[in-house]
Each structure stands twice: as C-alpha cells, then as structure tokens.
Ligand binder design. Structure first.
Ligand code: DC
Length: 228
C-alpha cells in the first residue's frame, strides 16, 4: 500500500505530459516519474542485446535486469538517464526508440516487470507520474488523476516543431503518420491500453499554451489540497 500523495498524468504522445508533469512536480516539490523512459530504456537495451521486440520471454528477463539510473545533474540543470552506466538521455528521445517502446509495451509480462519498478518511485514527499496507464493500472489509488489530450493534428504539429528545432530533417506528413500509428497501438493493445481513468480530470490542450495548462493544473492541485 502506497501512502505518499500521487498525481498521475496520462495521455497520448505529444499532449504535453512530459513538460507539464516535470513542471508540476517541481512546483509541488514532488518526485517525478517519466514512465515512458522505462519503456524506451528497455527498447534501447533490446537493440543493444539483440533481443527481438516480439520475444516476450527474453524481454521480461532483460526488464528484470535492466541497469538504469536517473541522475540529476545540477550543473546542467537536467536529469541524466543512464543505461548500463552510459548517458542515453538524447538517444531515448528519438522517434525510432519511441516506436520500439510502443511495440514492446504490448506484452503483458514486460508491463508487469516494469510496473514494479515504477511503484518504487512513490517516495516522500510525493510523486507526479506521467505515462499511459498511471491512473488506471500503476497507481489506481492516486490522489489526483489528470488526462491530457490534444487533437492528433496539433500533437503532430508540436512534435514536428520539436524535431525541426533538434535539426532533424522530417516531413509533417511522416510525423503525423507516426503519431497516428503509435496512438492506435497504445489505445488498442490488450493490456493496460491508453484510456482515461474513470475518476480522471480531462483537459484538452489543443488550444492552450503550456503556461495556461500548468496554471490550470496548479489550480486543481490547490482545490485538491495538495498545494497550499
Ligand atoms: O511517453 P513516451 O512517448 O515516452 O512513451 C513511449 C512508449 O512507451 C509509448 O508509445 C507506449 C509506451 N508506454 C506505455 O506503454 N505505458 C506507459 N506508462 C508509458 C509509455
């Protein structure tokens, strides 16, 4: 039984969960769990160790032995994510890793192995957990559940802008296709599909700035008594 306060933020890729959850965690003074990073780390590890994405048994073994570390680097003001001692923070953010993560996330055994690791993040003074099934499966007892959405068109446009800023040479059409494909796999899988928890507060961010969404989230946390 987890006793610290937990805020879950679920939703499809590109809805703004990452930035907003990290900002909310910092305002509340809570820890932050980027659960997608765990699926991405497993994807990277599977590539390195030549484990096929449909080999559930080998993936479960890999997940159980995943050597990872989230380390805050004060000098750079960012969290470094290490896989087997190597900083893979940048590699993790690529589209190819995201697609592999979505593919291996369909396996029930893989999810069970990663759920245990995710629950270990629930430590004092509290946790903001971002993902697809935080409110429905991993932390059903959360004090506050948020479900962030935005139209597929808007999410693809945001993602496209980010990739251009990183210097990637991509087309908006290709990004839109990737967003649609990942949405479909994440919402239609048999285990823990992406969906809002029954008690989640849903926010459509299509027409909102990141600042406006954060403000709304902070207002909700005040109402819920998590922020005074
Ligand atoms: O949030 P993200 O884009 O980093 O997630 C990458 C993939 O990992 C996502 O497409 C599906 C999977 N994932 C999941 O199945 N459950 C989560 N809680 C988080 C991510």
């Amino acid at each position: 039984m987890i006793s610290v306060p937990i805020v879950t933020v679920d939703g499809p890729s590109g809805a703004g969960k990452g930035t907003l959850s990290a900002a909310l965690a910092s305002k509340l003074g809570y820890r932050y769990l980027d659960s997608g990073a765990l699926y991405r780390l497993l994807a990277l590890a599977s590539e390195r160790h030549k484990v096929a994405l449909d080999n559930q048994h080998a993936l479960v073994v890999l997940a159980a032995h995943l050597d990872i570390c989230f380390e805050y680097n004060a000098a750079e003001g960012r969290t470094q994510i290490l896989l087997e001692g190597e900083d893979v923070s940048r590699q993790l953010r690529t589209e190819s890793v995201a697609i592999m993560a979505s593919e291996l996330a369909v396996h029930v055994g893989v999810r069970a192995a990663l759920v245990e690791r995710q629950r270990l993040f629930a430590l004092a003074p509290g946790l903001v957990a971002d993902g697809r099934d935080m409110g429905t499966v991993v932390f059903p007892e959360a004090r506050l559940k948020i479900y962030l959405t935005a139209s597929a068109e808007e999410r693809a446009a945001r993602r496209y802008k980010q990739l251009l800023e990183k210097g990637d040479n991509v087309s908006l059409r290709a990004v839109r296709l990737q967003v649609d494909e990942r949405d479909q796999r994440d919402t239609e899988r048999q285990v823990a599909p992406l969906r809002p928890a029954d008690d989640a507060i849903q926010i459509d961010t299509s027409e909102m700035s990141a600042d406006a969404v954060l403000l709304q989230l902070l207002e909700i946390t005040v109402v819920k008594g998590l922020l005074t």
